[in-house]
Design a binder for this molecule. Structure first.
Ligand code: URA
Length: 209
């Protein structure tokens, strides 16, 4: 049974508004994506297990919680996923980072992998896959299949904005993967853009348009 969590917080809504606006400059867009990604990192790690350790404060001894269980790995779906990495790493500085690149075969329309670099011990880690826009869901679905093939058993998906179509595709293909987003928008248009969305996330992060 998959879980879908939309982060509903005034700060998130405020930052999303400005990240969506076509008047936002490239430098502000990058900063906002980083801040939104950090808030999503906070939410997606909400259920991590903790254990108590003994410490000494300047005043007293105490038992205090630290994160326990599997170590973390972030996997960015190229190229727009890279825009979310810094914000996630701000909160998760010890996480390893993998990358996966996929393109769509023009005849079969199937996602083809053109790049994959993952930590060697990835199957022992909880993996958080990041991609700002969950549009058709095809790339995310394929990336999650690939990570399962690599032996990963604990997976979470984090996006900024999803379409209803992408959320449905992902949750049907991977009911075991939790999905955390800042918003689910109205629909996908005929060009594969999320409406109202924010346009092409990769182009806006890297200033290529
Ligand atoms: N990818 C984007 O960057 N934006 C969309 O709206 C859909 C896919």
């Amino acid at each position: 049974m998959s879980s879908v969590h939309v982060v509903d917080h005034p700060l998130m809504q405020h930052k999303l508004t400005y990240v969506r606006s076509q008047d936002t400059t490239t430098d502000n867009f990058r900063r906002l994506v980083r801040e939104i990604a950090a808030m999503l990192a906070y939410e997606v790690t909400r259920d991590l297990p903790t254990e108590l350790i003994d410490i000494q404060t300047p005043v007293a001894a105490m038992r205090s919680p630290v994160i326990s269980g599997k170590k973390l790995c972030l996997v960015s779906i190229l190229r727009a996923g890279n825009g979310m990495l810094d914000g996630m790493i701000d909160l998760l500085p010890g996480a390893r980072v993998g990358h996966i690149g996929l393109f769509r075969d023009p005849t079969t329309l199937e996602p083809i992998e053109y790049y994959l670099k993952l930590p060697e011990d990835i199957q022992e880690r909880t993996v958080i896959v990041v991609d700002p826009m969950l549009a058709t869901g095809n790339s995310a679905v394929a990336a999650l299949h690939r990570l399962k093939e690599a032996g990963v058993t604990s997976l979470k998906m984090v996006c900024m904005i999803g379409s209803p179509e992408g959320v449905k595709a992902l949750t049907e293909a991977h009911p075991d993967v939790s999905l955390t987003l800042a918003a689910i928008d109205d629909h996908l248009n005929d060009h594969g853009y999320i409406v109202p969305g924010l346009g092409d996330a990769g182009d806006r992060i890297f200033g290529t348009k």
